[in-house]
Design a protein around this ligand. Sequence first.
Ligand SMILES: Cc1cc2nc3c(=O)[nH]c(=O)nc-3n(C[C@H](O)[C@H](O)[C@H](O)COP(=O)(O)O)c2cc1C
Length: 198
Amino acid sequence: MTSSTGREAAHPINPIFLNRWSPRAFSGEAVSEQDLMTILEAARWAPSAVNFQPWRFIYGIKGSAEFDRLLSLLAPGNQRWAEKAGALLMIVSETLTGKPGDEERKPIRTHSFDAGAAWMALALQAEMLGYRVHAMGGIDYAAIPDALGLPDGVHIEAAVALGRMGRADDLADDLKAREKPSPRQPLSAIAFKGKYGG
Ligand SMILES: Cc1cc2nc3c(=O)[nH]c(=O)nc-3n(C[C@H](O)[C@H](O)[C@H](O)COP(=O)(O)O)c2cc1C
């Protein structure tokens, strides 16, 4: 199975998994609040351990002070292209049950795993609405807690740029060269029958 991106699946899968990729060329058009809510609604329905739902999203739509603040929290190399996104999100997760100040807060061991599931749900919902999404771990981890008012026990996961696809030709040459869907390891390298390394 081959997709319009040129990616090939070794086994039959829904084309959305091949078609989603992480471009850097965004159009600069603001994402509508309504579409953003639909995208976040999809994330809301992700599964999580004990249904704790530890994911949290801090968002800003292009053209707003919130967007500019989130942009300033990205690594300079990501700011170069993410400034043209239609919305930016910071995904964080609660690492403890309950609320700050509660007496017996217990660790949520799967907080990152659960937030990862929510991220993929939002990525696929965005794709279904014709948006592209690009996650970023290149962010200013030291500045984020204060800038976004994170309480104790909240873990920074990743930022996400979201928007309509732009023209690769509008990117700087070094970014343009990287503007293509990436390949994957073969299934045999990542899926093992019974024992690691199988
Ligand atoms: C958690 C996470 C962090 C990432 N950090 C960055 C980043 O800081 N900058 C960047 O340009 N791409 C970043 N990426 C994009 C990955 O490089 C990309 O997802 C990966 O190469 C697979 O390509 P694809 O998403 O196009 O299929 C990140 C992706 C994830 C999931």
